[in-house]
Design a protein around this ligand. Structure first.
Ligand code: ARG
Length: 457
């Protein structure tokens, strides 16, 4: 393809190092779609005749059919997917195929193909993420009134609704979906028509070209268009952050499905056995979620490293964008269906959740009781702390601590203080929007429904 200037073929070791075909061949559908659109743009510009366009369009359709059928035969000189497609096109339709590359460089071609591929991957991933959100939401709807121990520092903190815990991940994922949507917008900016770096001397209507490929905008600077891959960084960032959220969720479910928690029962189909210990049902899906998060964070930091020192214009380093991009997309697309299944089929165990509640978790409510009687919160906090110590000293729970012990601490404690020891009442009080009261959780659910509704269209 660039042999004109060369006397000797590249050394075998160089070819192996340089060739991107082994991993970029999966871009074939994007490459052919973008080439077809480009041929039409050349035709509109008067560079291809009607007959030439129809020969090229025909030829591209045949190449595409060969790929789809798994019948495409690569040749020794195919360096990447772009050269392979063009080589085959020329074999099939003759020299006229050589007109397709007029005014185009692989630099604007590969940037365009990669964006085209990435935009489609984002749409699929958003589909999986919203399906996972749906699964969380359906579980949450079943457990608005289920009481659960809420933790800080992994120590029992305050009672919450189990739906509130589940929905916390719904909202993390809603921001991930939004990030992917914004990344898709930034991805659909068309580089084609930039040539190798300086732009094209042919009267290509780039506006029409963008529209025909479903791109939303045109790159305003050819040099920038061929030499940056910030859209890939955007993808890797959205993927790494999504995985970070999924990893936290996985860690919660691993803990909560293990003794002594037993808050969650995972469906057998989403666990795996041990080759040695017959009793085991291991949460491998969740462990892989947690584990693969590390790998995707690595892709993001690794690719930052690739970009940071590049001088102006295209550099071959940019070919390093594809493996992390493909691997991040493949990881999400392999993981999410299994995770969705695990969430859909897991069963919460309200009795075990209830059993994990203990009255010390209502100490804040007892402080609020004193606040309602005019005691400043800071002081109330100290008085309840003294009650907790007294209960510990007597070896009883807060609700079994006698009134006289309470009143020895403060005269503000009255017989009605014992009404505080009601977990459901504690939860129901937290009804300001965003809180864990069933009333507030129902509003959250309505918001969650509309988030998903807006994305169903
Ligand atoms: N395989 C290359 C890549 O993925 C295509 C662009 C090659 N351009 C060049 N000037 N060698 O980046």
């Amino acid at each position: 393809m660039w042999s004109g200037r060369y006397e000797a073929a590249a050394a075998e070791s160089v070819r192996r190092l340089n060739d991107s075909l082994p991993f970029d061949k999966r871009l074939y559908a994007s490459d052919i779609a973008c080439s077809l659109a480009y041929a039409q743009a050349l035709h509109r510009a008067g560079i291809l005749s009607d007959a030439e366009l129809s020969a090229i369009a025909d030829g591209l359709a045949r190449v595409r059919a060969e790929f789809d059928a798994g019948a495409f035969v690569f040749a020794a000189g195919d360096e990447d997917i772009h050269t392979a497609v063009e080589r085959r096109l020329i074999e099939l339709i003759g020299a006229v195929g050589g007109k397709l590359h007029t005014g185009r460089s692989r630099n604007d071609q590969v940037a365009t193909d990669t964006r085209h591929w990435q935009a489609q991957a984002i749409s699929r991933i958003i589909g999986w993420l919203t399906a996972l959100q749906r699964a969380l939401l359906e579980q949450a709807k079943q457990h608005v009134e289920t009481l659960m121990c809420g933790y800080t520092h992994l120590r029992a903190a305050q009672p919450i609704s189990a739906a509130h815990w589940l929905l916390s991940y719904f909202w993390m994922l809603s921001r991930d979906v939004r990030r992917f949507e914004l990344t898709r917008e930034a991805t659909l900016v068309l580089p084609l028509g930039s040539g190798a770096l300086a732009g094209t001397p042919y009267p290509i209507d780039r506006e029409a070209l963008a529209e025909s490929l479903g791109f939303l905008d045109l790159s305003p600077n050819s040099l920038d268009a061929v030499s940056d891959r910030d859209f890939v960084v955007g993808f890797l960032y959205a993927a790494a952050l999504t995985m970070t959220h999924l990893s936290r969720f996985a860690e919660d479910v691993i803990l909560f499905s293990a003794p002594p928690f037993n808050f969650i029962q995972l469906d057998e189909r989403y666990t795996t056995g041990s080759s040695l210990m017959p009793q085991k049902q291991n949460p491998d899906v969740l462990e892989l979620t947690r584990g693969k998060a590390g790998r995707l964070i690595g892709h993001l930091t690794g690719f930052f490293g690739t970009l940071k020192g590049l001088p102006t214009g295209y550099n071959k380093d940019l070919q390093e964008d594809k493996e992390p991009l493909f691997d991040a997309a493949d990881t999400l697309e392999a993981l999410l269906p299994a995770l969705i299944g695990a969430v859909e089929t897991m069963r919460l165990n309200p009795e075990a959740m209830r059993a994990a509640l203990d009255e010390s978790m209502l100490a804040t409510d007892l402080a609020d009781y004193l606040v309602a009687r005019g005691v400043p919160f800071r002081e109330a906090h100290g008085l309840v702390g003294a009650a907790v110590r007294a209960a510990q000293a007597q070896g009883v729970t807060l609700s079994a601590l006698p009134l006289q012990s309470y009143q020895a601490i403060s005269a503000h404690f009255q017989p009605d203080l014992y009404e505080v020891f009601d977990f459901a009442a504690s939860v129901a009080k937290r009804k300001a929007f965003g809180g864990t009261a069933p009333e507030a959780v129902r509003l959250q659910i309505a918001r969650a429904e509309s988030f998903l509704g807006e994305r169903r269209a």
